[in-house]
Design a protein around this ligand. Structure first.
Ligand code: XMP
Length: 517
């Protein structure tokens, strides 16, 4: 394991992912964790992340010197670099030599462990106010910039390395290479962490946990629950029953996809519950986004509980109750709920798959260690069809939070049609993997005047919200080709009754969220 010490501001997750891309397993720990506890995890290497503060700010997170004296290779980045510098006796100035954004870096030492084989001048991403002016004793300065004399240093003897910039971000041209140099050359770690190993490990772990007991899993149609279920199925086969709640807020073909594709690929036992009436009744007259979310979440849990007790009753004939519940919890959820450091700007989603604690099941969470892209790889490794593995994220509350206004049957039908057209055209244009997701939103309480044929129309607008993102925490609007947008617009206005206008949402996140509600 490589530990990534989190000094806040979301850099740590990205670093952990980059380490895993180098096929080395990594875990994030909060900077408040005592060094003894970090070392007890027997890490092969430790990375100190960037962070938002100045090392001189009152209450700025510090690190115990013992970390650098344990013989474990350490790589400090940005804030971690400065902490390393001052903790080991170097100088960090608070003299206004700030650098933000893309900066040219001059690599000044041949034979550097980190920079071996990279160009003498490279572009790196900087974001700092303080600057290191003198490296600690024993360190060689390996790079500088116009305004910062010490932009990277290393001490091969003690296996301590640091860079002032952010090697983990895309704008740093040789960032991944430098990180891999640290892992492979500096720390001597072999790149052996593969999807195949993850599957084998998880299957064994599930078998150990579940034994011969029965398990249920709520399927949402999304990739996480599908992959989690497939892993459990591989581990314990027939002991698993999946429950799929059709709340009527699904997209076109969604329920069928789960029923056909997923069952065909896994052979899993599936219980489908048609609860459309119940959800529509509960949502009648409601327009407030949070209220809608809460109603959907609550109804979902009731339906799921009922389905679960039916599964239990059915199992009862064989004398066994269901003891385990599968959840598709991902690593970012784990970090966000237990990490302890400030990630305040993340909106927490009440996942409709989430269940109350009094359900009395033990949880099986085989994806707890994985990021979304890794989950997809596991799905492929398990042989799930690409329609499932590469599905774009779809929120638990479904179309219920994509109808701005009251949710009802006719509006859902209308939105389902428009959404199906948009998805069809994006798929036909080969854009599915370029965009993160493309919510299609119905402004149900807005009308505008149009003209179609010879007549006046007074219809609703449909909003296209294509976004690109790495993890949905931030996002940019996708620059879709105009001809694709034109086809979607023409088809939606021609084929969907009551829609006479298609508009494009060109807001990034922040300030907009991805979903409209
Ligand atoms: P926002 O709208 O906050 O969404 O930018 C970020 C990502 O989360 C998805 N999303 C949800 N997923 N339950 C879910 O399972 C929810 O309640 C929920 N709300 C939003 C959204 O589609 C996007 O991918």
């Amino acid at each position: 394991t490589v530990l990534v010490v989190d000094f806040g501001a979301q850099y740590a997750q990205l670093i952990a992912r980059r380490v895993r891309e180098a096929r080395v397993y990594s875990e994030i720990v909060p900077s408040t964790m005592p060094v003894a506890e970090m070392l007890a995890k027997r890490p092969r290497a430790i990375i100190l992340s960037g962070g938002p503060s100045s090392v001189y700010a009152p209450g700025a997170p510090a690190i115990d010197r013992a970390l650098f004296e344990a013989g474990v290779p350490v790589f400090g980045m940005c804030y971690g670099f400065q902490l390393m510098a001052i903790t080991l006796g170097g100088t960090v100035d608070n003299n206004g030599r700030r650098e933000y954004g893309r900066t040219p870096l001059a690599v000044g030492l041949t034979g550097s462990t980190l920079f071996e084989g990279t160009p003498a001048e490279q572009s790196v991403w900087m974001s700092h106010g303080d600057a290191c002016s003198a490296a600690p004793e024993g360190f060689a300065v390996t790079a500088s910039t116009d305004s910062v004399p010490v932009a990277a240093f290393e001490d091969d003897e003690r296996r301590l390395y640091g860079v002032q910039y952010h090697p983990e971000v895309m704008h740093t041209t040789h960032g991944q290479q430098v990180l891999e140099h640290f892992l492979y050359r500096g720390a001597g770690i072999e790149p052996t962490w593969t999807t195949h190993n993850v599957v084998e490990e998880q299957v064994a772990a599930i078998q150990r946990q579940v034994g011969d007991k029965r398990v249920i899993c709520g399927l949402s149609g999304g990739v996480d629950s599908a992959v989690a279920a497939a892993l459990v199925q591989k581990a314990v086969g027939d002991q698993l029953t999946c429950v799929f709640v059709d709340h009527g807020l699904l997209r076109k073909g969604e329920a069928e996809q789960v029923e056909k594709d997923f069952v065909a690929a896994t052979g899993v036992r599936l219980k489908v519950v048609d609860a459309q009436e119940r959800f529509l009744t509960a949502l009648a007259g409601r327009t407030d986004p949070e209220e809608k979310r809460k109603i959907i979440g609550r109804e979902f849990i009731r339906v799921f509980e009922q389905a679960a007790s039916e599964v239990v009753a059915e199992a009862g004939e064989h004398g066994e109750a269901v003891e385990f519940l599968v959840q598709g919890t991902l690593y970012p959820d784990v970090v966000e709920s237990g990490g302890g450091t400030g990630t305040a700007n993340i909106k927490s989603h009440h996942n409709v798959g989430g269940l109350p604690e009094d359900l009395q099941f033990q949880l099986v969470e085989p994806l707890r260690q994985l990021f979304k892209d890794e989950v997809r790889k596991v799905g492929e490794e398990l042989g799930l069809p690409s329609e499932i593995v590469w599905r774009q994220p779809f929120p638990g509350p479904g179309l219920g939070i994509r109808i701005i206004g009251e949710v009802n049957g006719p509006r859902l039908d209308l939105l389902r049609e428009a959404d199906a057209i948009a998805r069809e055209e994006l798929t036909a244009a080969g854009l599915d993997r370029d965009i993160w997701q493309c919510p299609v939103v119905l402004l149900a309480d807005v009308r505008s005047v149009g003209v179609q044929g010879d007549g006046r129309t007074y219809g609703h607008p449909i909003v296209l919200r294509p976004v690109s993102s790495e993890d949905a925490m931030t996002a940019d609007w996708s620059r879709l080709p105009y001809d694709v947008l034109a086809r979607i617009s023409t088809r939606i206005t021609n084929e969907v009754a009551d829609v006479n206008r298609v508009v494009l949402d060109i807001t990034s996140k922040p300030p907009g969220t991805i979903e409209w509600e």
